[in-house]
Design a protein around this ligand. Structure first.
Ligand code: TXA
Ligand code: MG
Length: 343
């Protein structure tokens, strides 16, 4: 157990995802007000919430997750007034994006008011604002006030898309888990930085680059500065990014000699591509997972955790496109990151 973490009996509450039971939300809100941590579902992944203006509560997030203190947290809000009370100002571009995409999977970085505790900002002068599109998250924020909330996993691990994933990482370290079933999207929010003139996407996610470019009427740079400092989506199984169709036979025969417990993952865009079936027929000794990059967004992090649980030594994602647009591009970004590469 890390420093600063006291062993707790984690409460585990099932809650109706569409219409959360008031008593459960009230109980969870009183834990938050008592400076405890509560995990809750959002439309992207599960979050680990603490009262945003109580530094001691927020400190517990860093301890429970083993998170670096200079890694800032997103502020989760349920109304525009809260956004106005934490951002120094809301420029017209930010206002437009909020009106268009909130509640929804877009986090917006803006200059922070000094009233936002430094621990939430990771010592920066900016703050990330997010209004999740999930009845449980919104009800909890309505009752408890703005929540500082990262994804509810141990630092560096895949984000949790079910309450079981949260439990696997944080049981005994947090006060409660609100189980509202699997999250819808299964990938995190997009992060856009509007704290300086111009704008940058710091993390691709639920709102695609194309949607943002269309809304802003301009092309937007995507870069991911924090990835170098903080590895993400790591599991015990080793991930390899497979070669192209042409090289795959040579590649698999070299792997075979290693006698590793190997599972192939076939990330596909076009299920009708006949080459998939042929590939499976040629290597019946290997198990394989199919992963539809366009629709199975909520499958990727589960698949990573499942592989680890099954003690799979090697997960070979193959063949893998180099570049894709839309939500498939976000999936690709996460696969590369999980393998310790960047696109
Ligand atoms: O979908 C999501 O965004 C989920 C759910 C729970 O809302 N949250 C989430 O939080 O993914 P977290 O902490 O796991 O990832 C937020 C990312 C971190 O990489 C952090 O460095 C970055 O946002 N971030 C937060 N505040 C920032 C700031 N002021 N400037 C730059 N990056 C920031
Ligand atoms: Mg995270």
């Amino acid at each position: 157990m890390q420093k600063g973490v006291i062993r707790l009996e984690t409460q585990y509450w099932q809650v109706n995802p569409a219409c959360p039971e008031k008593e459960i939300i009230m109980q969870a809100a009183s834990l938050i007000k008592a400076q405890e941590l509560v995990a809750f579902s959002t439309e992207t992944v599960y979050g680990l919430g603490a009262a945003a203006f109580q530094s001691q509560a927020v400190e517990k997030i860093f301890a429970a997750k083993g998170r670096a203190e200079n890694n800032p947290l997103l502020l989760h809000l349920s109304c525009m007034e809260q956004a106005e009370s934490v951002a120094k100002e809301i420029p017209p571009a930010a206002k437009m994006l909020m009106e268009r995409f909130w509640p929804g999977p877009l986090s917006i970085i803006l200059p922070a008011r000094e009233t936002v505790p430094a621990i939430v900002r990771g010592g920066k002068t900016t703050v990330g604002l997010r209004m999740p599109a999930h009845p449980v998250a919104l009800a909890l924020i309505d009752q408890a006030g703005p929540l500082a909330a990262p994804s509810a996993n141990l630092s560096g691990r895949p984000s949790p898309v079910t309450a079981e994933h949260v439990k696997a990482d944080l049981d005994g370290k947090i006060a409660a888990i609100l189980d509202a079933g699997p999250t819808g999207l299964g990938l995190e929010s997009t992060i856009i930085d509007l704290s300086n003139p111009g704008c940058r996407i710091l993390r691709q996610g639920g709102i695609t680059v194309e949607e943002l470019e269309e809304a802003m009427g301009m092309s937007i740079t995507v870069n991911n500065p924090e990835q170098e400092n903080f590895p993400h989506y790591q599991i015990k199984s080793k991930l390899l990014l497979g070669p192209s169709w042409e090289e795959i036979d040579d590649y698999l025969s070299s792997i075979e000699q290693l006698e590793k417990k190997l599972v192939l993952v076939h990330p596909y865009i076009d299920k009708n591509d006949a080459r998939w079936e042929k590939l499976k027929d040629r290597y019946p000794q290997y198990q394989s997972y199919d992963l539809d990059l366009n629709t199975a967004t909520n499958r990727l992090y589960s698949l990573l955790r499942e592989a680890e649980e099954r003690e799979i030594e090697l997960l070979l994602f193959t063949p893998l496109p180099k570049k894709l647009g839309g939500i498939a591009g976000v999936m690709l970004d996460r696969i590369y990151q999980a393998a310790g590469n960047s696109l």
